[in-house]
Write a protein of this length. Structure first.
Length: 214
């Protein structure tokens, strides 16, 4: 049984299994903004956070629920494709605030290759934020566009209408699963149109960095 004069009660968030303070400390040593990705049972949240002694400060953020309300997303709020879009949107807002570089903070998520956490990372990278990473952890473009969902739905349609309705009943009430890849591109274009000035400024900055010219 734990006890004794030298025993210290673990911090509350450590006891609740919400924060690994060892990992957090190592991330903070970099001095860079953290791209914090969290996936719940329904949604994906991406935040760019700066450390402050008085409390972390959120520089920019995006929630997959916004994609539904503001950009007309009809798919799942926690799918791989929506994780990409959420990371892309949060990164554009980060760039809009003058941010350029960050490091990925996956929290207590197991860093599995091709996971939704890395889909959000790929979205941020494609938006123009510099984040250290390995190319092998990023999901394929097919998964980013939810083509795997559309293909699975097509397969189930042929094999069993009953199983198709059971698996895709909620999604089918909003959109035909076969239309997801096309719908993904449409929503992505809406985001780009809303942040056209940010994307153009980021592109000019990247060209300047490569050429070394003003």
């Amino acid at each position: 049984m734990k006890g004794g004069p030298n025993y210290k009660v673990p911090l509350r968030r450590r006891r609740e299994g919400k924060t690994n303070y060892y990992k957090r400390f190592r991330l903070l040593l970099s001095g860079k903004t953290r791209m914090v990705v969290r996936v719940s049972n329904k949604y994906v949240t991406v935040q760019f956070i700066d450390f402050d002694l008085k409390g972390d400060k959120v520089v920019a953020a995006a929630h997959s629920r916004e994609l539904i309300k503001k950009f007309g997303w009809k798919g799942s709020g926690k799918a791989t494709c929506v994780a990409y879009l959420t990371g892309f949107l949060a990164a554009l807002r980060f760039l809009e605030k003058g941010g350029r570089e960050a490091i990925l903070d996956v929290g207590l998520h197991k860093p599995s290759r091709g996971s939704r956490v890395f889909a959000a990372l790929k979205g941020a990278l494609n938006a123009g934020v510099n984040i250290p990473h390995g190319e092998d952890v990023l999901p394929s473009d097919e998964r980013i566009r939810c083509e795997h969902v559309a293909n699975y739905a097509a397969q189930l349609r042929q094999e069993s209408q009953e199983k198709f309705k059971r698996v895709f009943s909620q999604l089918s009430s909003r959109i035909d699963p076969a239309e997801l890849p096309k719908h993904f591109e449409e929503v992505l274009e809406r985001i780009k149109a809303a942040y056209k000035a940010v994307i153009e400024a980021s592109t000019r900055q990247q060209v300047t960095e490569v050429t070394g010219s003003e």
